[in-house]
Design a protein around this ligand. Structure first.
Ligand code: ACO
Length: 312
């Protein structure tokens, strides 16, 4: 027995905000945003759509793909730094709306690494046979903590949700290794201020990310005795194409083997990895038996990675 992903889902708001649109909001331009970040457009949720609404749509999608009923869920873990309210948690709101009557529920706060923290936490409960089905969600409505007058940050983020149903898969498939880490001394580089705005020291976060993300990606592969060449598909946190390329180049894999939803969605924080994963599954970019590396980093500072053999 091994622990893997039984189904994936995602949801992004319909409203598209292009780089040209951003030019009307702050002193920026399409060329700067594209070359510095890789972002072309992002999705922004309307006032009536909160974090738990997006989580719900992604969850329904994942449960259907996994062929698991909401009543069969034992635990709901929602990774987010933009909950509807500090409490009740998004996970509890979702538990009610889905009718997941048997499930315990809690939110996980690890910023952009949140989905990785959720996924690896879920693995522990299944490994110990405590639970059978766990819904892990990464969801953010970053637009509500974005300072729309700060060009350094407002061009970077977007809203959305991604979900995975985690459970038992056949031996040899699923999560083969993982790594989690934190360095609280770097908390000052990425935080929410007294006005509730997201504040970032872009250069410091960039330096941390180009060092940590490639390192974690290689670590999870080496832990299982594989070589970098064995990796079929890389799903890095979608924060900046230059940081993602650093991880890709370290693994020595070609551009077509890396998820790049950042172009269309920007940085969705905890939602970026599960959205990219769900899209790659649905587009056929991931096939049965493929060896995947999922790797994220974010505020905290935090990081997390898994090597995962796709399939049930
Ligand atoms: N449009 C035009 N010019 C801009 C913009 C903009 N939107 N934003 C900044 N600039 C200017 C700056 O003011 C600066 O001008 P100056 O030299 O006259 O002062 C110049 O561009 C260069 O700014 P830098 O910050 O040095 O630009 P850099 O190349 O570092 O790119 C960026 C900035 C994209 C933010 C980069 O540092 C980065 O991606 N960092 C990592 C971000 C990240 O991964 N965050 C993850 C957080 S997710 C989470 O946990 C919520």
């Amino acid at each position: 027995m091994s622990v893997g992903i039984l189904g994936t889902g995602h949801y992004v708001p319909t409203k598209v905000v292009t780089n040209k649109d951003m030019e009307k909001i702050v002193d920026t331009n399409d060329e700067w945003i594209r070359t510095r970040t890789g972002i072309e457009e992002r999705r922004i949720a309307d006032d009536d759509t909160d974090t738990s609404d997006m989580a719900y749509f992604a969850a329904e999608n994942a449960l259907e793909e996994a062929n698991v009923k909401a009543e069969e869920l034992d635990l709901i873990l929602v990774a987010t730094v933009t909950p509807d309210s500090p409490f009740p948690s998004v996970a509890c709101r979702l538990q009610d709306r889905l009718g997941a009557t048997q499930a315990a529920a809690m939110d996980v706060s690890a910023a952009c690494s949140g989905f990785m923290y959720g996924l690896i936490t879920a693995k522990q409960f299944i490994d110990t046979k405590t639970y059978k089905h766990i819904l892990v969600i990464g969801v953010e409505k970053l637009s509500k903590i974005t300072d729309w007058e700060d060009r350094n940050t407002c061009v970077l983020f977007g809203d959305g949700a991604g979900a995975a149903v985690v459970g038992e898969v056949s031996e040899g498939k699923g999560i083969l290794s993982f790594e989690l880490g934190a360095n609280g001394s770097g908390g000052k580089y990425l935080y929410q201020d007294e006005h509730d705005h997201l504040i970032q020291n872009g250069r410091e976060v960039f330096k941390f990310a180009v060092r940590q993300m490639p390192k974690s990606a290689v670590n999870v592969i080496e832990k299982i005795g594989y070589n970098k060449e064995d990796v079929d598909y890389l799903i890095p946190h979608q924060a900046n194409i230059r940081i993602m390329d650093a991880a890709r180049e370290k693994l020595g894999i070609s551009e077509d083997k890396m998820a790049t939803s950042i172009k269309r969605y920007g940085n969705n924080s905890a939602a970026s990895i599960p959205i990219a994963l769900s899209e790659a599954v649905k587009n056929g970019n991931i096939k049965d038996n493929d060896l995947l590396v999922l790797v994220g980093f974010g505020g905290g500072l935090t990081w997390g990675a898994v090597a995962l053999r796709w399939g049930k």
